[in-house]
Design a protein around this ligand. Structure first.
Ligand SMILES: Cc1cc2nc3c(=O)[nH]c(=O)nc-3n(C[C@H](O)[C@H](O)[C@H](O)COP(=O)(O)OP(=O)(O)OC[C@H]3O[C@@H](n4cnc5c(N)ncnc54)[C@H](O)[C@@H]3O)c2cc1C
Length: 552
């Protein structure tokens, strides 16, 4: 071990290990020490969540870290996120409205066995020259803005002190620096989770005898999706793992389902019996095969600060976490690590990083704050079929059309792009945030009017042309100028989509015309809407797409 390093990373989980690889791949000269308190390699099906990846995080691990060959060979391909609504028919999965892709997806994502994946990351980052010390528990950090920082840790019953120019906290829920600097910030989204792993595969194709239903999806693909079984206030996940095991989780808002009703294994089974009888029937036969059980109360949390000009930073769950509904944990790690790598690498070259530190922090929190309305107070809608089809398609359009596209085109570390999109009052980035908040408000207002039961339907996101285009567009490469223009165009399309959805809802509630112009930034269903002079209409293709997802 050296006496000092360029970077010491506290915690060798997903965030810390991927950061070390990202840094080493960009500059092999940089010296890094990862201190991980776990004393041995992780077990298969280790006791961790963060198994299902989506497009932004997948791009990070496949392309930025160049792990695509490993992922294709050793981990499972994922067949998108899949949702089952129609709680009125919970005892017959084939009658529930199902949303998910039918055919193999052009843009990949994965189901990760976190234990085997973290072991692989340790071996790869060591090969790149990172020192990883297992059984090393960090006990103290002293930040010195003018000189080297000192880090104390316990290893083999000894206390060791070492120094570094940078310290990055990747200690997950232990949140080492956040606690030390008193930076913890609560997020007013009090949902809770419980999860466990069972030995063996679970294929929900076997939950129904209905032959026609099993043909909706290409053979073998349904099982590879992240399954969401939904009703008011909760969702239940099923995730297949490469070890041949299956991860199962319950996530619920305490306004609708008290945590005490599922926070122990037997209680969770009773809860499943009452709420998801198909899932219960399958798991009840596997009680002997349960490998673990874990809970997390009020999992959402935030931080006052993530990146400091005093050369420390926070990444992964140690910093912020919002909600696992769309599997975005790895996305936040990708974004965090990309900002932190940029700062460390530029600092190593002697660049002044003050401006970048502030811009990155503002950008990260702007994105986090834009995503809060997607989940906060929304779990009440989880049992509504029409609302959820519209919401999920809306949330995906915003996710693929703006943040994912910016990430795959390296827009988040391009100060020119960030300035053009976010800095001015009324900028495209600000409009994007306002538009999303307004759409989520409208969905809440629409809730009481969404009163029909829909059954026996299948909807594929790729039946919707604009979603297909947004999704495929993730891989398109743009210059900085083109990227800004593309994001502006996508926000323009989102305005049209929002306006058309609003017209359909308003027509159903108030009988208003399907031709009224709408201001998507102020639209509201509280009172009968009036035409807005310079409002937005939708093109014929958007109208046709929106009609495809509208069941009334
Ligand atoms: C219910 C739920 C479901 C989720 N599902 C998904 C999903 O499907 N997809 C997804 O992308 N994300 C998901 N997430 C988020 C995901 O779990 C996290 O993004 C991810 O696990 C965070 O990784 P990390 O490296 O920050 O933390 P961890 O993986 O917890 O790593 C932190 C490491 O730091 C070490 N450590 C702690 N303290 C010390 C210390 N003092 N000294 C040394 N080492 C220390 C620990 O041993 C650990 O190895 C989910 C989260 C929740 C709550």
């Amino acid at each position: 071990m050296q006496k000092e390093y360029d970077v010491i990373i506290l915690g060798g989980g997903l965030a810390g290990l991927t950061l070390s690889m990202q840094l080493k791949r960009s500059n092999p000269e940089i010296s890094i020490l990862v201190l991980e308190k776990r004393s041995s390699t992780a077990d298969e099906a280790t006791h961790k969540v963060g198994e299902s990846t989506v497009e932004l995080g997948t791009h990070y691990i496949r392309e930025v870290l160049d792990l695509k060959n490993y992922l294709d060979a050793e981990q499972l391909p994922k067949h998108g996120l899949r949702f089952f609504f129609t709680p009125e028919h919970k005892d017959d999965i084939a009658r529930r409205v199902e949303l998910g892709p039918r055919k193999l997806l052009p843009i990949p994502s994965h189901q990760l066995d976190r234990g085997t994946f973290e072991n692989e990351l340790i071996s790869r980052t060591k090969k790149l020259g990172t020192e990883v010390l297992l059984g090393a528990k960090v006990t103290n950090v002293v930040i010195d803005e003018n000189a080297k920082h000192t880090v104390d840790f316990e290893h083999n019953k000894q206390t060791i002190q070492t120094e570094s120019r940078w310290v990055v906290d990747a200690t997950g829920r232990s949140s080492f620096l956040k606690r030390k600097f008193n930076l913890a910030k609560t997020v007013d989204h009090p949902a809770n989770a419980a999860w466990f792993r069972v030995k063996g595969e679970i294929d929900i194709d076997n939950w129904s005898e209905n032959k026609e239903w099993s043909t909706y999806v290409e053979p073998g693909l349904r099982r590879l999706s992240t399954i969401h079984l939904m009703d008011k206030g909760y969702w239940v996940w099923f995730i297949p793992l490469s070890s041949g095991n299956t991860s199962v989780g319950i996530v619920a808002d305490p306004k609708h389902h008290a945590f005490e009703t599922f926070n122990k294994f037997d209680r969770a089974m009773d809860w499943l019996k009452a709420n998801e009888p198909n899932a219960f029937a399958c798991l009840d036969k596997k009680r002997e095969d349960v490998l673990d059980f874990k809970i997390m109360k009020h999992y959402s949390h935030s931080s006052e600060k993530l990146y400091s000009t005093e050369r420390w930073a926070i990444t992964g769950e140690s910093g912020v976490f919002l909600d696992p509904f769309y599997s975005p944990g790895t996305d936040f790690i990708a974004l965090n690590n990309t900002f932190i790598s940029d700062l460390i690498l530029r600092d190593k070259l002697g660049e002044d990083i003050n401006l970048r530190t502030n811009v990155f922090e503002r950008t990260h929190f702007a994105l986090f704050n834009n995503w809060v309305p997607i989940y906060k107070d929304m779990y009440g809608l989880w049992g509504k079929t029409q609302s959820m089809v519209v919401k999920i398609f809306w949330d995906w359009a915003t996710y693929w059309g703006v943040p994912t596209l910016l990430f795959t085109n390296e827009g988040y570390t391009n100060i020119g792009v960030l300035r053009s999109l976010f800095s001015k009052e009324g900028s495209t980035g600000q409009k994007f945030g306002l538009l999303n908040t307004q759409m989520q408000k409208v969905l809440l207002e629409w809730d009481e009017h969404d009163d029909a039961t829909f059954t026996d339907q299948y909807i594929d996101p790729f039946d919707i042309q604009y979603l297909k285009d947004f999704h495929k567009g993730i891989d398109d490469k743009f210059s900085a100028r083109e990227l800004v223009k593309k994001v502006e165009d996508n926000v323009g399309l989102l305005e049209e989509i929002a306006s058309e959805l609003f017209r359909l809802m308003s027509h159903k509630i108030y009988g208003t015309s399907m031709n009224i112009k709408v201001d998507p930034y102020t639209m509201s269903l509280k009172n009968k809407p009036k035409e807005v002079e310079n409002g937005v209409l939708a093109s014929d293709s958007i109208k046709s797409d929106v009609n495809t997802m509208w069941y009334y």
